[in-house]
Design a protein around this ligand. Sequence first.
Ligand code: COA
Length: 328
Amino acid sequence: MKAVVTSSAKFLPESVLSNLDLEKILDTSDEWIQTRTGIRERRILKDPEKATAYLCTEVARQILDKRGISAGEIDLIIVATMSPDMLFPSTACLVQDNIKAVNAWAFDLSGACSGFLYALNTGAQFIATGTHKKVLVIGGEKMSALMDYSDRTTCVLFGDGAAGVLLEPGEDDSHGMLDARLYSDGSGRDNLCMPGGGSLRPTNHETVDRKLHYLQQDGRQVFKSAVVGMAEVADEIMQRNNLTAEDIDYLIPHQANNRIIQATAERMGLNLEKVAVNIDRYGNTSAATIPICIAELDEQGKLQSGSNLILVSFGAGYTWGGVYLKWL
Ligand code: COA
């Protein structure tokens, strides 16, 4: 039994942090950020009392409303995030309680920017086995909580947001999650990480003084690996499923850098009209980028029954992968 997406939703905090705002606090420029990344602005969740669980809860509520079902019908909630409210309990458990999904079990999945694709494929397995009927898969991030706003090499890149989908069994095997190829290579660990706050370097005065509680990235190294990883997995998904560029309705890539997105589209032979892009408005929202794109296309009525979607991502770990999803 294939898992199909029966509903989608997104939630972005209202507060906008533009490149021009960043120019005022950093040695950077709107021109540099737009040329190197494609980002114009990003959203920031300013309320210190709210975090990733809040963003994901708003998404879950919308999905339930749109699908016209009650929270009690949900069997499983998976939240893909690298910015959980706390190390434990999981953000998924907080969402489960917030919406009172009393019959659901819930867990977080740590796959960084590939988290949503990992979670989507994981959720689809529970549908495929026939043991679960309704699985909420959400990607949510409060990346602003991980940023050092005095480090221009990272803080200009990321933003906050959440989005997700509801997975249910399809009527036949012709639609839904048709293929997935997921990869990991932990040798990339030092190029993109948050070194402090885990069991290796628990938070203490020293870790804070050394700013180890902030995201650190060797942008150049990650860029090189991301270009290759995303393009290769997109190519692999096309070949495995005998898809040509004409067969594909939308490429939905992770939104880390417009240049990486364009290189992936080029490798697939796709023109840019078929590529979902929102990095200009939201920056890199990590695990939320792909479902935000899906929710936007869905809201705009661009997804028809049978639309062929290729989802590809690359992130910390390294983690990367591709999914072939045929819209219900
Ligand atoms: N404003 C102005 N200048 C900046 C800057 C900023 N915000 N950030 C960096 N620079 C400077 C650097 O200090 C460097 O200066 P130098 O040459 O004097 O040392 C110069 O710009 C070029 O830096 P570099 O890191 O080579 O730029 P880049 O073209 O590689 O772009 C990234 C940087 C981060 C945008 C890019 O590497 C990238 O997108 N990396 C991949 C991100 C990714 O895919 N992550 C995976 C998923 S999260």
